[in-house]
Write a protein that binds this ligand. Sequence first.
Ligand code: ZN
Length: 100
Amino acid sequence: MPTNKRERIKKALPRTYRLVQARDKGICRYCGFPGECLDHILPYWYTRDDSVENLVVACMKCNDIARDIVFPSFEAKKDYVLAIRREQIMDDLPPDSASL
Ligand SMILES: [Zn+2]
């Protein structure tokens, strides 16, 4: 069975999961909506770093966007994630909404 990456920390490192959720008050650090996932700021494949400092709370949508990309800073990653989220929100609009 493949490991579900999204659930890995919650199951393998429950203390880390609770610490990061408490620090970030359960709010996605990218978009500000409630988040149930943790996201590695620098991807795990790149750093093998599961420390609290490398983790932020993220919602599933934001967590899915930039998961394997290496960014120079959290701010750069946040800018990227929010730009994609804005595009997705546009895509979600019904086709005839432009004529309203
Ligand atoms: Zn989010």
